[in-house]
Design a protein around this ligand. Structure first.
Ligand code: MG
Length: 445
């Protein structure tokens, strides 16, 4: 039997239901058995269950003779940067943008990247086989704090941008950290960049009382209405663990992740640079790469996959349509605060409003829906492939089907029992029509 614990982004579950303290301890034991290293760093987001999961994982790690360094509440990319600099593996306790009842465990490699599928499979094998490398009493690991990760992270980001130009510009910024892991780091970075800041939900609150953690327009009503006062240059929001960053323009319009990805890419890459993006991204990005004479590599969906391809191809930038942007010069992972800083960097360098800069990006319309998955994906895939066999298709990840004037991408979610349907066209009407066609077909299966 092929048992799989890791989803697209680590192990996720509801504490005391599927994600119990015993299980979390086993995950801790397995991760440290796998890495077989002197020390591992650990951090958490603001979730209520964070302490329970974290201490269980710590106990497991210590039992294998490995020391555990606790870094505090941190964005996932801040832990990753610490791991990269100190060349030690890490464990992040987070369920990213999932509702507050969830939590999760994510393993970080000694170079700061998320572990790949092969390593996940090895860790799963250790968990299921209980092949833990526990040590005698006198070799058990220790647990201690290190409070240097915030400065390490924030200062390193400031070094990657033209911070003096940003400081001179005195940008007005509204930021909504959604009670999550970036409640301290992102406002701190903004204040060091001399921005005028109004922050929303920058109190750590594991119930996410103020808004849902996913930075979608319907969850950002407060930030959007604040932006509509016209008093700010840009609005910024993160998800729960702040590996993602989304933007609101100066008039209160939500900026689609595809648009911000294309915009930041346009102002960050040079000729002959390499850009990596998954098959779900907008054609706007390929247009930008063509314009800038950059190479574009298309991968399967998933930030770790994009990051691995970036390393292999020495890429400058990579990213996804959901506000997950990777800047290779800083680190090979999605990084909310780095994304924010790059956006402020380009905004300060150009004498234009955000909406004007976005207006220069090729305009594609994407429609995203999802349906419940009742059958095994393999079966659904066969049905679709057979039904639409006249169309040109691509099977890199899920099924991408080309239609007149656009395309649709149909793929099962890695974390939920749903099938996602993304359609894109230059015309909103065509994008909607394509999406509706496949939505209805899948819904009737
Ligand atoms: Mg996240």
């Amino acid at each position: 039997m092929n048992l799989k614990l890791f989803g697209t982004n680590g192990i996720r579950g509801i504490p005391n239901e599927d994600l119990t303290s015993n299980f979390s301890m086993d995950v801790g034991k397995a991760i440290s058995t796998f890495f077989y290293t002197e020390k591992i760093a650990i951090a958490k987001d603001t979730r209520i269950s964070g302490d329970m999961i974290l201490t269980s994982v710590v106990s497991g790690v210590n039992s294998t003779g490995t020391d555990m360094i606790y870094l505090g509440i941190l964005p996932t990319p801040a832990l990753q940067y610490y791991c990269k600099i100190h060349k030690i593996p890490g464990i992040m306790i987070t369920a990213s943008h999932n509702p507050p009842q969830y939590n999760g465990i994510k393993a970080i490699d000694g170079d700061g990247t998320e572990i790949d599928e092969e390593k996940e499979a090895k860790i799963e094998d250790i968990i299921f086989g209980k092949k833990f490398r526990t040590v005698p009493w006198d070799s058990i690991g220790k647990y201690y704090d290190d409070n240097t990760a915030v400065d390490l992270y924030v200062n390193s980001i400031a070094k990657r941008i033209d911070y003096k130009t940003i400081q001179k510009k005195k940008l007005s910024v509204a930021i909504d950290t959604g009670n999550g892991a970036s409640y301290f780091t992102s406002p701190l970075l903004l204040s060091r960049l001399n921005c005028h800041i109004v922050s929303l939900n920058s109190n750590p609150d594991g119930k996410f009382s103020s808004r849902n953690s996913e930075p979608k327009p319907e969850n950002l009503a407060d930030l959007i209405s604040l932006m509509k006062t016209g008093k700010f240059d840009i609005g910024i929001a993160h998800d729960g663990d702040a590996d993602r960053c989304v933007f609101i323009d100066e008039s209160g319009n939500y900026v689609d992740g595809d648009k911000s990805l294309a915009l930041i890419t346009k102002y960050t890459i040079k000729e002959n640079d390499t850009v990596v993006t998954p098959v779900s991204s907008s054609d706007a990005l390929s247009d930008i790469c063509l314009e800038k004479k950059a190479r574009l590599i298309i991968t399967r969906v998933g930030a770790p996959i994009v990051a691995r391809s970036m390393i292999e191809n020495n890429a400058t930038v990579g990213g996804e349509e959901n506000g997950g942007f990777i800047y290779g010069k800083h680190q090979y992972c999605r990084d909310g605060a780095m994304t924010m800083a790059l956006m402020l960097n380009l905004l300060s360098g150009e004498n234009k409003k955000l909406s004007e800069l976005l207006g220069e990006i090729p305009d594609y319309k994407m429609v995203k829906t999802s349906v419940k998955r009742n059958k095994e994906w393999a079966e659904t895939k066969d049905i679709i492939t057979d039904k639409f066999k006249e169309n040109k298709m691509n099977f890199l990840d899920g099924i991408k089907i080309y239609e007149d004037g656009g395309w649709v991408l149909i793929r099962p979610s890695g974390t939920e029992k749903i099938i996602r349907i993304f359609s894109e066209s230059r015309s909103q009407e065509i994008a909607e029509k394509i999406n509706e066609k496949y939505y209805n077909f899948l819904n009737n299966l």
